[in-house]
Design a protein around this ligand. Structure first.
Ligand SMILES: Cc1cc2nc3c(=O)[nH]c(=O)nc-3n(C[C@H](O)[C@H](O)[C@H](O)COP(=O)(O)O)c2cc1C
Length: 235
């Protein structure tokens, strides 16, 4: 299996430990490519080139493209990050912002419909759900149907080298349970209801927008090229 890992922190701490445990339980022989914040793009500048002129016109394309290509190539996407201010850290959000152009509402890649994603998080004590939702939302809007989460509020135990055995055992158990769920799930054969609803809405929306366009936008040209909506001459 090909696995692309987006690590939201450079620290070899709790997040890294959880991710390594998870990967170890995914078995041997996997082809794993990893990205760290040093590989990430600067914050999105808001130029909107990606939407209007093409994603290759992004000023940060040299950082964004290797990540995106690895995601397209992977069977499994893994996001591993600590909770910061109750949400995903800015490093992760910066990557996600640069991938908005691939949301279903813009120019989704149909290969994303076949992917699974795993979100691994930890916090000093806060619930992890809101931080996981940042990635979960992006993944769903990119067409990923199966999204698994593994979160660990550490109850104050934040340094790996000082961690109690009880918490180390808890992390090991959670990582294994998550890996077992992902392994047992098998390939994605069908879009989830959520992804189907999003896609149906986007197809309708694009066909409506197309009616008012003299020539199709990049988004609509993408939808036409994939046969998801019909060009005006065909309609
Ligand atoms: C800037 C910053 C913000 C944080 N915000 C929260 C928070 O809102 N809630 C929480 O429970 N923990 C918070 N934490 C704690 C981290 O989630 C926690 O220390 C985590 O174990 C760090 O993982 P690491 O060892 O991989 O760095 C924050 C830590 C940092 C550095």
């Amino acid at each position: 299996m090909k696995i692309a890992v987006i690590n939201g922190t450079p620290v070899r701490g709790v997040t890294y430990h959880m991710k390594e445990l998870f990967l170890s339980h995914m078995g041997s022989g996997n082809e794993i490519i990893e990205f760290y914040p040093k590989d990430f793009p600067q914050f999105c500048m808001g130029c909107k080139n990606c939407f209007l002129r093409g994603e290759e016109k992004c000023p940060h394309i040299s950082e964004v493209d290797p990540i995106w290509q690895a995601m397209l190539d992977a069977d499994l996407l893994v996001f591993a990050y600590p909770v910061y201010a109750l949400r995903a850290p800015a490093s992760i959000k910066s990557v996600l912002d640069h991938l908005c152009v691939h949301w279903t509402v813009h120019r989704p890649d149909p290969i994303m419909f076949q992917k699974k994603a795993v979100i691994i998080t930890n916090s000093v004590g806060a619930p992890n759900g809101s931080a996981q939702k940042d990635v979960r939302t992006s993944m769903a809007w990119m067409g990923v149907s199966k999204i698994y989460t593994c979160g660990a509020p550490m109850m104050g135990d934040i340094f790996l080298d000082k961690m109690s055995q009880k918490h180390l055992d808890m992390l090991a158990k959670k990582a294994k349970a998550c890996a077992d769920r992902v392994s047992a799930a098998g390939p994605v054969r069908r879009k989830s209801l959520k992804v189907r609803l999003i896609f149906a809405f986007c197809k309708w929306q694009h066909s409506m927008v197309l009616k008012g366009e003299e020539s199709p936008s990049l988004d609509n040209a993408h939808y036409i090229r994939h046969g998801w909506i019909r060009a005006r001459s065909q309609a």
